[in-house]
Design a protein around this ligand. Structure first.
Ligand SMILES: [Zn+2]
Ligand SMILES: [Zn+2]
Length: 259
């Protein structure tokens, strides 16, 4: 299983000199395993995707908050003639196609989802499914409007993608079981502890809660994602330096992890 981190910024993309080390593009990871090409979220990081030869790719959306779909309208994937299977959960009474239409239709965007050259197939999912030999499991996160945490498994290797999730509720215990013994845990750490006190209920977590979860679930490695757009490279490096564990770090755009 190969994971390419393409974007780890949360909420909105940022750019400029202060955002080079960790990257300013929003949520997107590319997972390649067993011949499958699977994108986890489609934020503006999707625009950094390497060229893909596969005639079919899958996109798993945690939810359709704008930072997780911002890369779709101009993605080369949609502008090519391949088949794209998009998986997400129905939310607010809207299926995944209807959710994406909110962004990809006039007046917000001139091109509708049906107009792209790609053959886009939408899947409304709320339970485990398989992509070839890759098994995908899902659980609901604690996040305003909802968000999906995914677990991908292939040949005894696994990763858990837990972004847009707030600790503190029953879901945290469930997540410790869901992420048990995973090889790689990607976890939302948007806020510092001080910020979290002011941002309770916004649906994001912290490094210290991530480390507690990491110890509890027995994951082999944790990478923190969904960096706050107000945290520049200096701030993020300060936060990262406080982690005293060689198996824990902040994710950076451009990072590649082989499991
Ligand atoms: Zn987000
Ligand atoms: Zn969100």
């Amino acid at each position: 299983m190969k994971i390419s981190v393409l974007g780890v910024r949360g909420s909105v993309p940022v750019d400029g000199e202060g955002f080079i080390k960790y990257g300013g593009a929003t949520a997107c990871c590319l997972v390649e395993a067993a011949g499958q090409v699977i994108y986890l979220d489609a934020g503006s990081g999707l625009l950094r995707s390497p060229d893909i030869d596969n005639e079919q790719v899958s996109v798993l959306l945690s939810h359709t908050h704008i930072d997780h779909i911002l890369g779709l309208p101009l993605s080369r994937l949609l502008l090519s003639k391949r088949r794209i299977d998009i998986y997400a959960k129905s939310r607010d009474g809207l299926n995944v196609k209807e959710q994406l239409k909110c962004l990809m239709s006039p007046p917000l965007w001139p091109v509708g989802v049906e107009t792209y050259p790609a053959d886009i197939v939408f899947h409304d999912v709320d339970t485990a499914f398989d992509l070839g030999d890759v098994h995908v499991d899902m659980m609901e996160a604690d996040h305003p409007g909802g968000s999906t945490i995914f677990r991908l498994e292939h040949k005894g290797r696994s990763l858990v993608y837990a972004t847009d999730h707030e600790h503190g509720g029953d879901k945290q215990k469930e997540l410790a079981v869901f992420a048990k013994d995973t090889d790689l845990l990607l976890y939302d750490a948007q806020y510092t502890q001080d910020e979290y006190e002011r941002m309770k209920g916004f649906g994001h977590s912290t490094v210290s809660e991530g480390m507690k979860l990491f110890d509890k679930c027995g994951a082999k490695r944790i990478l923190f994602v969904h960096h706050d757009p107000r945290h520049d490279d200096i701030k993020l490096a300060e936060m990262e330096a406080q982690i005293k564990n060689e198996h824990a770090a902040f994710a950076r755009a451009g990072m590649i992890v082989e499991l």
